[in-house]
Design a binder for this molecule. Structure first.
Ligand code: 6R9
Length: 570
């Protein structure tokens, strides 16, 4: 089979020779870009904001914010003062000290960013929550982490079961009409001081606590430490390719790790102007943000790209998107069809990036200086060693499907699972390999190809099939908006392939369409990969970060409990 490739487009990139850098790079070599080289201590919020506020960047815009009601911008110097104010409120009114867990449970607004940065300046560990979480999800996370303070809005206050959370000492409320004993953030901001003594911490002190849910059990708290910032910074250079004049927009909410690492640290450690658009996904508002701000580097997710793609190209033609020079994707497999669409409508290759809450930063990516092989996640970040291993931890040769694993020791690797050493240890095989839970293979040139979560891989009539390949084929069919594929137990074949499909506007559920889609996959991919069963649904179950929840599809199919659903979209 001839491999589809998308060649490098002309440009001046931060990373120009991948192979050379991959061979020689050592993380130690960039440590002295940060102030710890002199003091041995560090603070990531200082590096992200204050440092720039004392340089030529002081009057440079750090944050462009807009939602349906507000439109604001802040320089690095203003960000320094405002995050200091927020830090002072947390310190003086809520007694936040180094190591305390401070949760943020509110929509994206400038205040959310002042608060996250302010808390980090105090050495606190920040736990971001999606505003859509209901009481049970909030309680699990605050309880497990023994959070001391939570910052929220009046609308969300009722979802915090304070009586069941003995460790929770203070609630800070961002909004109008806040009454005691809660702390009225906006009123306090008016008189809080813009001066704050940064709390300098050790490299291995906690920075962020991100809860993620697996297929079983309660969500687990993945702890990241300040040292991780060297990888946040370096990948922002190599992968996001951020430069002084860029206007960068990452569409993720900080409730998802993408929204903290690459919505806060990646851009601001690089001194880059960062766009934040509040509110929900909206086709027109998104295109308009690119046009109005002149966004040059754009980081989003396949679900969003597919929604934009589904809305049609006429809409795009109403906007000027020519400022875009580099587009990236994360969170789930990026269908080749979406990459082709990107080339057509904004003349840019969409660069896939693979990483996880646990890896803490980019680990396998596509770089501006390398050709893209649509359907592949790319190659390991310099300084990161990746391999496909079998269930015993032995490395497998090219094209063999197995566990995607990363050699222990990259800087942003999770430091702990909160209160759960056993769980932490269970991620590592033969001591040295972090096993991701994703199934993939590597081609002979070292590009990695995602196949699905290990538990999602289908074994049908003796063939191992990754659901992603089939889903990608399915969305190439004009009637298919989204597809999720599972293995359904079958007495003869072991499993058969079943596809759940959300149709595009204008198509309806008919037997002919089922037949047509079946034949489409069979002739485009392989007979054994064609879904013998197809079920149409209005919507597919997805996480808030856009991942199709195959385990929920499977639970529907088998009438089993679906496990923890706190991260599922409404
Ligand atoms: C950053 C983030 C991690 C899981 C990961 C994998 C899936 C992420 C992907 C991808 C295919 C990509 N995933 N990026 N799958 N291609 N480029 O998403 O973290 O929310 O912890 O999810 O997401 O299955 O294991 P997180």
């Amino acid at each position: 089979m001839k491999m589809e490739t998308m060649p490098v487009t002309k440009g001046i990139y931060n990373l120009t020779d991948y192979d050379e850098v991959y061979k020689n790079f050592n993380w130690k070599s960039i440590e002295d870009k940060f102030s710890w080289s002199e003091t041995g201590k560090i603070n990531a919020a200082y590096e992200a904001i204050d440092k720039h506020a004392d340089t030529f960047r002081k009057n440079k815009i750090a944050l462009y914010y807009r939602d349906q009601e507000r439109e604001e911008k802040y320089t690095f110097k203003e960000m320094k003062g405002l995050s200091n104010k927020a830090g002072n409120i947390l310190k003086n009114a809520a007694n936040v000290e180094k190591g305390d867990r401070v949760f943020v449970f509110m929509p994206r607004t400038p205040e959310l960013y002042f608060i996250i940065l302010g808390a980090i300046k105090l050495g606190a560990i920040v736990g971001p929550l999606f505003e859509a979480f209901m009481e049970g999800a909030v309680k699990d996370r605050l309880h497990d982490s023994e959070a001391k303070v939570i910052v929220t809005t009046p609308e969300l206050l009722d979802r915090i079961p304070i009586n069941q959370l003995p460790a929770l000492k203070k609630i800070v409320v961002v909004g109008e009409n806040v009454s005691a004993p809660h702390i009225d953030f906006l009123t306090e901001m008016k008189c809080a001081s813009t001066k704050l003594d940064i709390v300098w911490v050790e490299k291995t002190d906690g920075l962020l606590l991100h809860y993620t849910s697996g297929s079983t059990g309660t969500p687990k708290g993945v702890l990241h430490v300040h040292y991780a910032m060297i990888q946040h910074y370096q990948t922002a250079q190599w992968v996001l390719d951020l430069k002084e004049d860029d206007v960068y927009w990452c569409t993720a909410d900080p409730g998802w790790v993408t929204g903290t690492i690459y919505g806060i640290f990646g851009p601001w450690l690089s001194g880059t102007a960062n766009v934040i658009v509040g509110g929900r996904f909206n086709h027109e508002a998104w295109y308009k943000a690119i046009e109005d701000y002149g966004v040059t580097v754009w980081y989003s997710a396949p679900t969003a790209f597919r929604m934009l793609m589904g809305a049609g190209d006429e809409l795009i033609n109403k906007y000027d998107l020519s400022s875009l020079r580099h587009v990236l994707s994360v969170g789930e497999p990026l269908n080749p069809e979406v990459i082709r669409w990107g080339m057509k409508v904004f003349q840019n290759r969409i660069h896939d990036t693979w990483w996880m809450t646990e890896t803490g930063a980019h680990t396998i990516c596509n770089y501006p200086c390398l050709e893209i092989r649509p359907g592949s996640m790319g190659k390991p970040v310099p300084g990161v060693e990746a391999a496909i291993v079998d269930d015993k931890g032995n490395e497998l040769p090219p094209y063999r499907m197995g566990n995607l694993a990363i050699k222990k020791g990259w800087p942003s690797m999770m430091y702990a699972i909160w209160n759960n050493k056993e769980k932490y240890d269970s991620y590592f095989m033969q001591g040295n390999w972090y096993v991701s839970g994703d199934s993939a293979y590597m081609d002979e040139d070292g590009y990695f190809w995602f196949q699905g979560r290990v538990d999602d891989v289908i074994l049908t009539a003796g063939e191992r099939v990754g659901p992603f390949e089939i889903e990608s084929k399915l969305v190439e069919h004009p009637a298919v908006a989204e597809a999720g594929v599972i293995g359904k137990p079958d007495p003869i074949r072991g499993e058969i392939i079943k596809a759940f499909i959300a149709l595009r506007e204008g198509y309806s559920d008919t037997e002919e369409l089922r037949e047509e889609i079946y034949t489409f996959v069979k002739s485009g991919l392989a007979a054994h990969a064609a879904p013998r069963e197809i079920e149409f649904r209005d919507k597919l179950p997805k996480t808030r970060s856009g991942k199709i929840m195959r385990r929920v599809l499977k639970a529907w199919e088998l009438n089993l409990p679906a496990g923890d659903l706190s991260t599922m979209e409404d």
